[in-house]
Design a protein around this ligand. Structure first.
Ligand SMILES: *Cc1c(COP(=O)(O)O)cnc(C)c1O
Length: 359
């Protein structure tokens, strides 16, 4: 979270002020989600996000509960159609998150693996020209940024050019709002909020209008995109505080200069870190340079025995949460939007000094 956002929320914790500075006499957590004050908060978040990410009018922006993983079930339940036969769903496997999505979808549809980078250890993105897309798939799922393997799509695939009419579903949980989105290539995108948008518990959905109304009969009403869209995210109580915080984060992104400025900063941060990794004899990153993530930078010590020393020294230097995900090991720096350039500079300085002491 950006520090300015936390400070702003702290100042309004027990008495929220509207845009004109007028106090409401209560904190956001105490508001009715159907009241005027909260109505203005949710509307602000939506308008601000639409402007920031240039979301076209043909898409609904929905705020939901359940996190990113829940969408692995909620998306197929909403897109598979009312038929009882399980329709074909295409998945491109680029790491742990797309694998999980594919597994969960089997409860509702018939997932097929259009392409997989598993044999490469998930160190690359399969060339879209070689994807085996099903002629009748209800959708094609990709994970825009694989948080664990550090692999990112820097260009979204153009499914029409690949001969498919299916909508593209993108899990953009871990790189949402870090870069612009080409909505002409997207049918639906979802994101758990906790990486770039705000506190856990909020899930963002951006869905093209023509995809609404195709839910399975078993789809819970509270998870039916059409219900949520028809009720402007207020079908039931949404994660109100998370929506409020996300609105503050969107304000902050605008103050930074918008998505283009945030992207430029993210590129600078990621380049600095990858250069430090590539330019050293101690560290390495196995991901193909063309698809390296700007948000999550996994790196490994050539001598894994040094890992615990590295983590201990880093912690002493105030550099926290650098342990890699347990499924791949090694180290990982997650440098989301709110991480300032100075944070990456401090990490790189520590990495260099650690390498010198081992030389
Ligand atoms: C973090 C993350 C999620 C969300 O997980 P939840 O814990 O269910 O919110 C989903 N997809 C990706 C790519 C993620 O990084």
């Amino acid at each position: 979270m950006p520090l300015e956002v936390l400070q702003r929320a702290a100042a309004d914790m027990s008495n929220w002020h509207d845009a004109d500075g007028k106090p409401s006499g209560m904190g956001v957590m105490e508001m009715s989600h159907r009241g005027k004050a909260f109505g203005s908060i949710v509307q602000h978040a939506e308008v601000c996000l639409r402007r920031l990410l240039a979301v076209p009018e043909a898409f609904h922006i929905l705020f939901m509960q359940g996190g990113g993983l829940a969408q692995n079930a909620i998306v197929p339940m909403n897109l598979c159609g009312p038929d009882s036969t399980k329709p074909a769903l295409d998945f491109v496997l680029t790491g742990s998150w797309s694998q999980k999505s594919c597994q969960e979808a089997a409860k509702y549809g018939a997932p097929r693996i259009a392409a997989s980078a598993q044999e490469s250890g998930f160190h690359r993105i399969p060339e879209p020209g070689g994807w085996q897309l099903s002629p009748n798939a209800r959708y094609v799922h990709i994970c825009g940024n694989e948080t664990i393997h550090g692999v990112e799509f820097h260009t979204l695939p153009d499914l029409r050019a690949l001969g498919s009419d299916a909508p593209l579903v993108v899990d953009f949980s871990s790189h949402v709002a870090s870069r612009p989105v080409d909505w002409s290539r997207v049918g639906l995108a979802f994101a758990g909020a906790q990486k770039n948008l705000g506190p856990a518990g909020l899930t963002l959905l951006v869905v093209r209008d023509d995809l609404l109304g195709a839910a399975l009969d078993i789809c819970p009403s509270a998870f039916n995109f059409k219900n949520i869209a028809d009720n402007a995210s207020l079908f039931n109580t949404p994660p109100t505080y998370g929506i409020y915080m996300a609105g503050l984060v969107f304000d902050w992104v605008e103050q930074q200069g918008g998505i283009a400025a945030i992207e430029a900063r993210n590129i600078e941060k990621a380049d600095l870190l990858y250069q430090a990794v590539d330019g050293s004899d101690l560290y390495f990153n196995p991901v193909e340079p063309t698809c390296r993530s700007r948000m999550n930078v996994p790196f490994f010590l050539r001598d894994p025995a040094l890992e615990s020393d590295f983590l201990q020294g880093a912690e002493q230097a105030g550099l926290l949460q650098l342990k890699g995900h347990k499924s791949v090991g090694g180290l990982r720096a997650s440098i989301y939007n709110a991480m300032p350039l100075e944070g990456v500079q401090a990490l790189v300085a520590f990495m260099r000094s650690f390498e010198r002491t081992r030389a």
